[in-house]
Structures are given as structure tokens and as C-alpha cells.
Ligand binder design. Structure first.
Ligand code: NAD
Ligand code: DAU
Length: 339
């Protein structure tokens, strides 16, 4: 998208948002406004080194705040919308924050966007989970696969995807939706599989694998995902959906084994625990459309990406310690007991 000067990134203090803001600040001369509520998952320290850069502005606030959002959206050429409640297990414990942020918050952003004469692109960042679950022999999800979300998280994301679609169809808002598979890499909150397993392996704590551990996820390094979102912002067609994925299907047990090998801990730490309710069996993404239209493809092989990720967490133990205090301990105990 030529002529972009300033973008609004929502959720820029979370895992993927942080990586995306860094990618843009390093590779483009754009100004970035980062709107983030700093929930448990948002960490202002992630981008603290950018404070003072005249091209970067952090705004502490919620995407459901219509007045604030209208003011911010009016001053930008594009919105890249990452902010969300993102963890499936938390949506099973309490779905309401997921509806407020993911559904209502997205609509507030879309409303502000369609009223802004300046706005030329709205990228809605979504997930493969909206498609539901695949059987072992099924072909990967395409953009034509019907939506069939199974968790409250996935249902709230599917609702927001459809609101984005409606804003395009009804109001002509230049929306592009990206749907990506499981990300891993630096800055991921340790409630998610890979950083949780790294932290437990360090501590010699059991590694809690849900059910038989044979659920399959399609893993992609976060930097590959962020390049895909940027490509969709710059080269996506209005009203289109683009699947992004890593072409790397692995069972959870295989991922956990590779984490243990990378950290140098024994497989005897693996412990099977009760399965996640409604646990999707398999995700896999067909990415031919993004490759053909956006000129994008995933580049980082899983083993290299995992080794770099483990090294990043090793070098950032203080970062992990700071965010796993307090409320995270309560959450961990509720999920996994005193193990
Ligand atoms: P995250 O939980 O790490 O970060 C979410 C960020 O949003 C946090 O900084 C949080 O403070 C902020 N936020 C939450 N509620 C907010 C609100 N009401 N107003 C403003 N800010 C708010 O999430 P993530 O893993 O970085 O995911 C980012 C986006 O990418 C989400 O939309 C998610 O659905 C999507 N996605 C994630 C993955 C993945 O594997 N993590 C894969 C595909 C798509
Ligand atoms: O597929 C994209 C999605 O990936 C994103 O939309 C979500 O925001 C993101 O959280 C992620 O969802 P998952 O549920 O797939 O990720 P999670 O890391 O929670 O779990 C990955 C797999 O590992 C899943 O099959 C559940 C399993 N698991 C997870 C945890 C936290 C375990 O076996 N044990 C655990 O302790």
C-alpha cells in the first residue's frame, strides 16, 4: 500500500504485536501508534527501548473505548489489529472477556475505521482455529473452508472475522483478514505450549501434556507470521482472506520432546494430564493463496527457530520471572495444581 505514513497497531505489547512493531520500525520509515490495554499478556517492557523514538507512540487504552479509538484511527493510514484475548484455556475458564475484547472491541475499531476518510487499509489478524478441527487424512484448511470454531476463543475470533467481512461488504471498508497457525518465538507469554514447556524444563517441573499428546498443530515462527501480515497490509486485496502457516505439522508430544532436547532435560519430565475440553485434534493450513498473491512464504525451519527461541528465553530469564509472578501463579495453580 503506497503512501503509508502512519499505522495504528492494536495489541502491540503482546507477543505477535511486539514482533510486528519491531519489524515495521526496522524496515519501514512509517510512524507507529501502539494502542494496548496492558492486560496480563501485554508487557510495556517489550518495546521500552522504542520510547523516545519520534516515530513511535504508545497509548495505554482499550479497543472498546470508542472515543479514544475514533481519535487514534482518524490520524492513521492503516490499522493492524492484533489486540485480543488469545488463550484457549482461559476462554474455557471464563469466556466473557473474550467477547468484550475480541467481538465488541473489533466492532468499535471497524466503526471508527469506516468513519475515517484517511483510512486506506484495515488488517484483521485472525487464526486457523476459526475453521475448527481436521481429521488425520483431511486436506489442510483453505480460505474456502467453512468456519466451525470449537472453543469460546475461536468462536469470538470467528465472530470478529465475520464483522470485518461485513464492514467490507456493507460499508466498503478496505479490510484484509489474515488467518495464521500456531506461532512460537521471542516474547510469547509462558501460558502457551512452547514457553511453558521451556520454563518447566528449566525448573525440573513436570511438563503437562494434555490427553494423549497426539493433537497436531502447524507451527510457524512469529517473524514469518509478521512478514505475512505486513505483506497483506501492503499487497492484499480488499475483502480477501489469506491463510498463513508454517507447513510444519507436529504432534504436541513431538514438540515437547524437541523442547526437552533443546533445553537438555530428560523426557521423563513429560506428564500426561487431563485433556482440554473440546480439544481440536489437528490444524493445518494451505497457504497457496498468500504465496501467489502476496509473494510470501514461511522461511524459518522449526528446529532452527526452536533453538533460537530457547536461546532467547535463556537470555531473558528475568523477563520470564517478571511476568510469571502474581496472577500468573494463581492461573497456573488453577490449571495444573501444585505440580
Ligand atoms: P497476546 O495475548 O500475547 O497479546 C494480546 C495483546 O492484546 C496484549 O498486549 C494485550 O494487553 C492486548 N489487549 C488485550 N485486550 C485488549 C483490549 N481490550 N484493548 C487493547 N489491547 C488489548 O496475543 P498474541 O499471541 O500476540 O496474538 C495476537 C493476535 O494474533 C490475536 O488476535 C490472536 O488471535 C492472533 N493469532 C495468534 C496466534 C498465536 O499463535 N499466538 C496465531 C494466529 C493468530
Ligand atoms: O492456532 C493458532 C492459535 O494457537 C492461536 O489462535 C491462539 O491464540 C494460540 O494461543 C494458539 O492456540 P493453541 O490452543 O493451539 O495453543 P497452546 O499453546 O495453548 O496449545 C498448543 C497445543 O498444546 C494444544 O493442542 C494444547 C496443548 N497443550 C497446551 C498447554 C498450554 C498441552 O498439551 N499442555 C499445555 O500445558
Amino acid at each position: 500500500m503506497g503512501g503509508t505514513n502512519r499505522i495504528l497497531v492494536t495489541g502491540g505489547c503482546g507477543f505477535i504485536g511486539t514482533n510486528f512493531v519491531r519489524l515495521v520500525m526496522e524496515g519501514r520509515d512509517w510512524e507507529v501508534v501502539n494502542l494496548d490495554a496492558l492486560t496480563y499478556a501485554g508487557n510495556p517492557a517489550n518495546l521500552a527501548d522504542l520510547e523516545g523514538d519520534p516515530r513511535y507512540r504508545f497509548v495505554h487504552g482499550r479497543i472498546e473505548d470508542a472515543g479514544l479509538v475514533a481519535e487514534l484511527v482518524a490520524g492513521v493510514d492503516a490499522v493492524v489489529h492484533f489486540a485480543a484475548e488469545s488463550h484457549v484455556d482461559r476462554s474455557i475458564l471464563d469466556a466473557q472477556p473474550f467477547v468484550v475484547t475480541n467481538v465488541l472491541g473489533t466492532q468499535v475499531l471497524l466503526d471508527a475505521a469506516r468513519r475515517s476518510p484517511r483510512l486506506r487499509r484495515f488488517v484483521h489478524v485472525s487464526t486457523d482455529e476459526v475453521y475448527g478441527s481436521l481429521g488425520p487424512e483431511d486436506p489442510p484448511f483453505t480460505e474456502e473452508t467453512p468456519l466451525a470454531p470449537n472453543s469460546p476463543y475461536a468462536a469470538s475470533k470467528a465472530a470478529s472475522d465475520l464483522l470485518a467481512r461485513a464492514a467490507f461488504k456493507t460499508h466498503g471498508l478496505p479490510v484484509v483478514v489474515t488467518r495464521c497457525s500456531n506461532n512460537y518465538g521471542p516474547y510469547q507469554f509462558p501460558e502457551k505450549l512452547i514457553p511453558l514447556m521451556i520454563a518447566n524444563a528449566w525448573a525440573g517441573r513436570p511438563l503437562p501434556v494434555y490427553g494423549d499428546g497426539l493433537n497436531v498443530r502447524d507451527w510457524i515462527h512469529v517473524s514469518d507470521h509478521c512478514r505475512g501480515v505486513l505483506a497483506a497490509l501492503e499487497r492484499g486485496r480488499d475483502g480477501e482472506v489469506y491463510n498463513l502457516g508454517g507447513r510444519c505439522e507436529l504432534t504436541n508430544l513431538e514438540v515437547v520432546r524437541r523442547v526437552l532436547a533443546a533445553v537438555g532435560r530428560p523426557e521423563s519430565l513429560i506428564t500426561h494430564v487431563a485433556d482440554r475440553p473440546g480439544h481440536d485434534r489437528r490444524y493445518a493450513m494451505a497457504t497457496a493463496k498468500a504465496e501467489a498473491e502476496l509473494g510470501w512464504r514461511p522461511e524459518i525451519p522449526f528446529d532452527r527457530g526452536l533453538a533460537e527461541t530457547v536461546a532467547w528465553y535463556e537470555a531473558h530469564r528475568d523477563w520470564v520471572r517478571a511476568i510469571t509472578d502474581g496472577s500468573y501463579r494463581d492461573y497456573y495453580r488453577r490449571m495444573y495444581g501444585d505440580r
